[in-house]
Design a protein around this ligand. Structure first.
Ligand code: F0G
Length: 457
């Protein structure tokens, strides 16, 4: 088979620079060893997130110029609504400025104190928004999803048996809705099968509990279903996405992912009562319902972006870049989550650095060494991000210590990937020299963004 090429050529460039190693050391020191506090200009390859960091197509840039900035009922809104409805089949469409705005309003209108919200894995903003209004966010990832090294498909599936027990224990009145996140970001970007979505829906129907899909990476999930699940090889990604949404009563979306845009989101639903309540809150918080916190030009960009994300050639190329990295790591025996996910590669920092105890944050050791060695910015998903304190104020480690290399869409070429692999291999060879960290200052919530670290000697 021939090389899978980028299905685009580059019309506009943006320079990146690799500052010297001495400068990187000094930048990291100034950032208190927390890569979130670095200047982006000091990061040569920025893999902090795939959210809002992608490149737009010429079609999207052209659409931007058509933006109708009317306050109400703009042409751009109509295009946005049409595009979202074509994919989701939902009756009500509400734009929001990003995913967490949709989550916040959803939680506010649907979650009461003490309610339980199951999900395969809640993303941290989803969890935070549910907990903020007094709900309990429960993760019910299937067993195979917990095994980092098995190469099984659809490790993002929900555990149906545990879902059933949770409903029986909690009682239907305590569960206003159930969520499924596609793909499962916090669990390694693993996809959810259509069979699983269907089975969850059919179980919930028996209890009259609605299903809400967190659909940030719906197009990547549709691609995995086409490639891996029986009966979908001849379907278009649009048809597959439509079927996924057909089992849902509502969906939240961060369009900064599979909207191929730098900002945006939505909430969609079938239920008229939910729509009325959401609309009222949207006006209060985000804006009039036909723009919801976005400019008309953003709505134009998104109307095009959602459809481009469903182009098969684009997804083939996107997955090829991620698999390229996964195959290299496999060949070199570098520990990572298998199989590779839809938007990122996750290194297993605990296996990579077995000499660093979890509460000395091996993930931070790995993240910081990747930066110092090659100017690559990644992110820890381990005890700094997910650790917590028990009733006696004792720090409890996270079950997993991962480092995420998230790939912006249509941004880096194969030579960038080759460079990343060279840096990762160098870090792997030097792994015994990498040291742990301790936290010297931290806020009460979401500490990973702003805490300060000191390297242990
Ligand atoms: N749900 C999932 C599954 C996400 O991955 C994100 C964002 C959100 C909701 C929130 O959307 O950022 O537009 O408010 N994930 C980004 C990341 C930030 O880096 O994984 P948002």
């Amino acid at each position: 088979m021939r090389t899978i090429i980028e299905p685009f050529r580059i019309k506009m460039t943006e320079p990146i620079h690799l500052i010297s190693k001495a400068e990187r050391l000094s930048a990291l020191k100034k950032a208190h060893n927390n890569v979130f506090l670095l200047d982006a200009d000091d990061c040569c390859i920025d893999l902090l997130t795939d959210s809002g960091t992608g490149a737009m197509s010429s079609q999207q840039w052209a659409a931007l110029m058509l933006g109708d900035e009317s306050y109400a009922g703009s042409r751009s809104w109509k295009k946005f609504e049409r595009s979202v409805q074509e994919i989701t089949g939902m009756k009500h469409v509400f734009p929001t400025h990003q995913g967490r705005a949709a989550e916040a309003l959803m939680a506010q209108i649907l979650v009461k104190d003490g309610d339980v919200i199951p999900n395969n894995s809640h993303f941290d903003t989803t969890r935070a928004n549910i907990e903020f209004v007094g709900g309990n966010a429960v993760n019910l990832l299937c067993e195979k999803g917990m095994d980092l090294t098995s190469n099984e498909s659809f490790k993002g599936d929900m555990d149906i048996t545990r879902l059933k027990s949770l409903i029986e224990e909690t009682g239907v009145e305590g569960i206003p809705f159930c969520m499924i996140t596609v793909t499962n970001n916090t669990g390694g970007g693993q996809p959810v099968s259509m069979a699983n979505i269907k089975a969850v829906k059919s179980l919930l129907q028996g209890y009259d509990i609605p299903l809400i899909i967190d659909s940030c990476r719906f197009a990547e999930n549709a691609y995995f279903i086409r490639e891996l699940e029986d009966g979908y090889a001849d379907k278009s990604l649009l048809e597959i996405a439509r079927e996924m949404f057909s089992y849902a009563d509502a969906a939240t979306m961060s369009a900064k992912k599979d909207g191929l845009a730098n900002i945006g989101g939505f909430f969609v639903c079938q239920n008229d009562d939910w729509a009325n309540e959401f609309r009222n809150m949207l006006i209060l918080r985000e804006g009039f319902p036909t723009y919801g916190g976005l400019a008309g030009r953003d709505l134009e960009i998104l109307a095009v972006g959602f459809m481009e994300a469903l182009e098969y050639d684009y997804q083939v190329y996107r997955h090829a870049t991620i698999k390229y990295m996964g195959d290299f790591l496999e060949k070199k025996g570098i520990p990572h989550v298998k199989p590779v996910g839809g938007h990122a590669v996750f290194l297993d920092a605990r296996e990579f650095l077995p000499h660093i105890p979890q509460l000395n944050y091996p993930g931070i050791g790995l993240v910081n060494t990747l930066y110092i060695e090659g100017g690559i910015r990644s992110v820890e998903l381990g005890s700094v991000m997910f650790g917590h304190f028990d009733a006696n104020d004792r720090e409890i480690a996270s079950p997993l210590e991962l480092v995420r290399l998230a790939f912006p869409r249509r941004v880096y070429t194969q030579s960038h990937f080759d460079y990343m692999l060279e840096v990762i291999e160098t870090v792997w060879q030097k792994r015994s020299e990498i040291r742990g960290y301790r936290i010297t200052s931290q806020p009460d919530f979401l500490r990973h963004f702003t805490c300060y670290f000191e390297e242990l000697v």
